[in-house]
Write a protein that binds this ligand. Structure first.
Ligand SMILES: Cc1cc2nc3c(=O)[nH]c(=O)nc-3n(C[C@H](O)[C@H](O)[C@H](O)COP(=O)(O)OP(=O)(O)OC[C@H]3O[C@@H](n4cnc5c(N)ncnc54)[C@H](O)[C@@H]3O)c2cc1C
Ligand SMILES: NC(=O)c1ccc[n+]([C@@H]2O[C@H](COP(=O)([O-])OP(=O)(O)OC[C@H]3O[C@@H](n4cnc5c(N)ncnc54)[C@H](OP(=O)(O)O)[C@@H]3O)[C@@H](O)[C@H]2O)c1
Ligand SMILES: Cc1cc2nc3c(=O)[nH]c(=O)nc-3n(C[C@H](O)[C@H](O)[C@H](O)COP(=O)(O)O)c2cc1C
Length: 569
């Protein structure tokens, strides 16, 4: 937690000097890990206290919490931004005004760091919160069944514990900027009138993107594509591409652990099939978020042709005929429709194309002015037709020829190599989960960090799927990679996975943890990350001679001290 002092009006400066100093101080403090905006210097008016609590897995809620703090500071609040990992339920009665921003992960679960507070608020152990005023902003994605569930839970638990909901919860879908801005404005106004803050300072407008960043999700950088290289050998059942972008002159900066947002373009063949199914020629002018464009351009650049929105199924009157057992795509729905809509009405019922996040696989220290990704191409069959993941195949097939791709940096402060260069690092990253660990290892090499490094990697077959084999072997030879344990699942009759290797090496793994190692997991969330978590508990039980409860407490303390971090998808 850090503090951003505001120069009070009573200080001996002109208004211009004060504005400059406030901007200067805000600039300095906005670069710190967390913010405390608006605390006055001595003799300044007392500001209304406000706590902004965030729960995040990949950094969005944290970044919005910091924007909320800046806005609250302008409106006369002394805002403190806190990660849910830093707050216990017992401490909540000490807070008068609370804005809570959280995402949802897993199957309707809170982010990892928010889980202890979530369970403390729900298990009957939390104190009364009758003096707390609050509002919740929930981040989620309507593609998941339990949309914004963690935010809904926090909202319900706070109410049940006697806290006063000052404005209704807002549930944000992937386009969270506008609803977040409206929620923040409404919640700050309500808290302001209840606490006396905000009256004289409520003159600013909010922006859902950090002011210091010139390129962002809303204003992506058109990055030249330097390389797209298949990392699998011929005969592989997988297709993972190493992709390099040039950032020269962009001013974009990132750290190992961050993700890159990529805004894809739809495949020309799919766009043509949709245009044909509509009975159009593609030249028809249709509305888009950036103004009227020909239908073909609009469908290529602006609209999602994947899973249709309920509005499209209604427009096409096919809601019953194209539902389960398999999720249809926009083209399936269109082909099933008895009558075809006008192109304008059709695009009006489509969702906007969304960026995809990729864990960055380069360290900026090893590759100045470049950013690298490790992208698994998504290809499958549905209803007898071949289908392609939009972004992964845009990068695999078209980005290089296209020349550029629209990208932005998605900061993830919750996933970083150890701050202490001497701390050991254990990384579990099968498949594309290797991505951030290539960056972590490059970072450790570039900074000559003396800490030991242990990587568990796995994929289907050693001969075709040993991603970055040459680089990893060289890192082993140079001593940067202390241990490399491999699990090729299909090289033998029975499956061998990374968690099998963890268990085989339980004593040494536990010894590394006891020596202060940080434990990292990246890759598949639905199966691998869960099984690795189970295996970690077993390692601590077996090698640490602990009961299941003691092992769970040991692992919880790794999480609390940020020594167990996950980047899973
Ligand atoms: C923080 C984060 C980091 C990530 N890092 C990486 C990374 O480093 N590397 C990487 O490759 N990916 C990564 N991903 C995943 C990435 O963002 C995309 O989700 C992935 O590339 C697929 O996007 P797409 O546009 O190609 O596919 P989409 O067009 O989004 O299609 C994917 C959808 O297709 C459907 N689908 C897929 N397979 C099947 C099937 N067999 N049968 C039926 N339906 C199916 C599912 O509905 C699935 O959701 C990350 C995700 C997150 C959130
Ligand atoms: N949510 C999203 O947006 C999104 C989008 C794209 C991909 N994904 C996920 O990302 C994953 C990454 O794909 P990838 O191709 O890089 O790797 P992957 O499918 O995770 O495969 C890598 C290795 O992990 C093995 N594996 C399978 N199940 C496992 C388990 N329960 N525990 C440990 N290892 C296991 C695989 O073995 P076998 O194959 O031999 O079983 C393979 O050897 C995909 O599985 C997919 O679920 C998510
Ligand atoms: C693996 C995974 C699981 C998710 N599960 C859910 C979910 O169950 N419900 C939901 O509404 N959103 C879900 N989301 C969407 C996130 O909540 C959403 O992207 C959010 O903006 C992320 O915010 P964060 O960066 O602060 O963690 C999921 C996202 C991922 C990658």
């Amino acid at each position: 937690m850090s503090t951003v002092p505001l120069i009070p009006e009573t200080a001996p400066f002109t208004a211009e000097q004060r504005a400059w100093l406030n901007g200067f101080l805000a600039g300095i403090f906005s670069r710190s890990a967390a913010s405390n905006v608006g605390r006055p210097l001595a003799d300044a008016p007392v500001l209304a206290p406000l706590t902004i609590l965030y729960g995040t897995q990949t950094g969005t809620a944290e970044s919005l919490a910091k924007q909320a703090a800046k806005e609250a500071g302008k409106r006369g609040f002394a805002a403190t931004v806190l990660d849910m990992a830093e707050v216990s339920a017992d401490q909540l009665p000490n807070h008068a005004n609370l804005l809570l921003i959280t995402s949802t992960y897993g199957e309707g679960e809170p982010p990892d760091a928010a889980k202890p507070l979530h369970s403390a608020l729900s298990n009957g152990s939390a104190p009364s919160l009758s003096s707390l005023r609050y509002s919740v902003c929930a981040l989620g994605d309507t593609n998941y069944t339990l949309f914004c569930q963690a935010g809904k839970d926090f909202d319900a638990h706070l109410e049940k514990l006697g806290a006063t909901r000052i404005t209704p919860r807002t549930d944000c879908d992937v386009d969270y900027e506008e609803p977040f801005t409206v929620w923040l404005d409404t919640a700050l106004s309500a808290l302001g009138s209840a606490s006396g803050a905000g009256a004289s300072l409520a003159t600013s407008t909010t922006s859902a993107e950090p002011a210091v960043e010139s390129y962002s999700k809303k204003n992506p950088y058109s990055a030249p594509v330097l390389t797209v290289r298949n990392l699998n050998a011929p005969g592989s059942a997988k297709e993972v591409n190493h992709v390099e972008f040039d950032l020269t002159g962009s001013g974009l900066v990132y750290e190992a652990g961050d993700a890159l947002g990529v805004i894809p373009q739809n495949c020309a063949d799919l766009v043509s099939a949709v245009i044909q199914a509509l009975g159009c020629d593609g030249e028809e002018a249709v509305p888009t978020p950036v103004g009227e464009l020909p239908l073909r351009t609009a469908l290529t650049q602006h609209y999602d042709l994947g899973k249709p929105a309920p509005a499209l199924l209604e427009l096409l009157n096919v809601a019953g005929s194209v539902s389960a057992p398999t999720t249809p795509h926009v083209l399936d729905a269109l082909l099933a429709a008895a009558t075809k809509p006008a192109p304008g009405a059709f695009v009006g019922a489509l969702k906007k194309i969304q960026p995809r996040l990729y864990s960055i696989s380069s360290s900026p220290k090893a590759h100045p002015d470049q950013v690298h990704l490790t992208v698994g191409a998504v290809r499958y069959e549905l209803n007898g037709l071949p289908r392609k993941g939009v972004c992964s195949t845009f990068l695999a097939e078209r980005a290089l020829a296209h020349g550029t791709a629209a990208v932005y940096v998605h900061s993830n402060k919750a996933f970083r190599p150890p701050a202490d260069p001497t701390a050991p690092m254990i990384m579990v990253g099968p498949g594309t989960g290797i991505a951030p660990f290539r960056a972590f290892l490059e970072e450790r090499a570039a900074t000559a960090a003396p800490g030991k490094n242990w990587l568990f990697f796995g994929d289907q077959r050693a001969s075709t799927d040993f991603l970055y084999r040459d680089e990893l072997t060289a890192l082993q030879a140079s001593g940067v990679l202390t241990r490399l344990d491999l699990a090729f699942s299909r090289d033998q009759k029975e499956k061998i996975y990374v968690q099998n290797r963890m268990l085989e090496n339980a004593a040494e793994l536990y010894a590394w943890l006891e020596a202060g190692a940080c434990f990292y997991v990246c890759g598949d969330a639905s199966r691998m990350a869960k099984d690795v978590d189970v295996a970690l508990h077993q390692v601590v039980e077996l090698a640490g001679k602990k009961s299941p409860e003691e092992a769970a407490a040991y692992i919880q303390s790794l999480k609390t001290t940020k020594r167990y971090q996950r980047d899973v998808y």
